[in-house]
Design a protein around this ligand. Structure first.
Ligand SMILES: Nc1ncnc2c1ncn2[C@@H]1O[C@H](COP(=O)(O)OP(=O)(O)OP(=O)(O)O)[C@@H](O)[C@H]1O
Ligand SMILES: [Mg+2]
Length: 257
């Protein structure tokens, strides 16, 4: 099996980014002076404790939140707002409830006015890839939580973004479904290599999926440590190497600065 995580060119670059929110009691700094790159076809996990600013950081990469200081670059160009080339998969999937699975997945291509035959082929390909064959005509309300997340992932992939930004997409799922989804996202990414930034506060999920983990500290968040994960894929959650890394990273996270 191909050993993933070869360092490619920089897709996203964060340079000295700081984020503060103002409130009635003054300025509240969430992120402090973060500098890192995300490389082409890398699966980067942003891992950190609750409320440390993971979603805020992901939204800054997406262009949904502005930097207070510093800059984010995508392919060398400053990020000044959201763009279709950076697709976001949210924790609670924002599907269009009035549209079928098929229409949700194909939506972005129709907006771009792609050729009908191409739309149909791509849509079916991604529906099949996420394991939803046969559910094309179902509406979101008829699907389980895991199935909705699958639609969200298919929709994001189908829009053919340069970068996929995922904010705890499996956070609301039960443990077993969550594991199944991690497994299938791992497979999808092996098939359809893409640059992914994936936020989680679950260490197993981080270790199962990542080429590299950036460990964030408590608020105001800084980069505490980076781990390059070279365990062969698909990964065993109980291999001695996996358990050793799990222990090491958990201890590092709980260690005060
Ligand atoms: N738009 C905003 N205005 C003011 N404060 C905000 C805003 N967005 C986030 N915050 C604050 O920034 C901090 C970090 O929030 P954020 O949602 O980024 O953390 P998180 O690591 O994603 O949390 P969780 O683990 O719960 O998902 C929190 O204290 C939150 O209240
Ligand atoms: Mg969050």
């Amino acid at each position: 099996m191909e050993q993933s995580g070869k360092i490619g060119k920089e897709k996203l670059s964060c340079r000295g980014i700081t984020k503060s929110f103002s409130s009635s009691s003054g300025n509240f700094e969430v992120l402090h002076d973060l500098t890192f790159d995300v490389y082409e076809n890398e699966f980067l996990v942003l891992f950190g404790p609750g409320q440390c600013g993971k979603t805020t950081l992901l939204y800054m990469l997406a262009g949904l939140e502005e930097c207070t200081e510093g800059e984010v670059f995508h392919n060398g160009e400053p990020v000044t707002g959201p763009a279709p080339s950076r697709a976001v998969v949210y924790q609670t999937m924002a599907l269009f409830p009035w549209m079928t699975v098929w229409d949700n997945v194909s939506f972005s291509q129709k907006v771009r006015k792609a050729e009908k035959k191409v739309i149909a082929e791509r849509t079916q390909y991604f529906i099949d890839l996420v394991g939803l064959t046969g559910f094309e005509k179902s509406y979101p309300v008829q699907l389980s939580g895991g199935m909705k997340q699958r639609v969200g992932i298919a929709r994001a992939y189908c829009s053919d973004p340069d970068v996929l930004l995922m904010d705890e997409p499996f956070g609301h799922l039960d443990a077993q479904t969550r594991y199944m989804m991690q497994e299938s996202l791992g497979k999808i990414w092996e098939n359809e290599k893409r640059t992914i930034v994936f936020v989680t506060n679950n260490i197993e999920e981080a270790l199962y999926l990542a080429d590299r983990i950036i460990l964030l500290s408590d608020c105001p968040s800084q980069i505490k440590k980076e781990y390059r994960i070279t365990l062969p894929r698909p990964r065993s959650l109980v291999s001695p190497e996996f358990l050793k890394l799990r222990k090491e990273i958990t201890e590092q996270m709980n260690m005060s600065d």
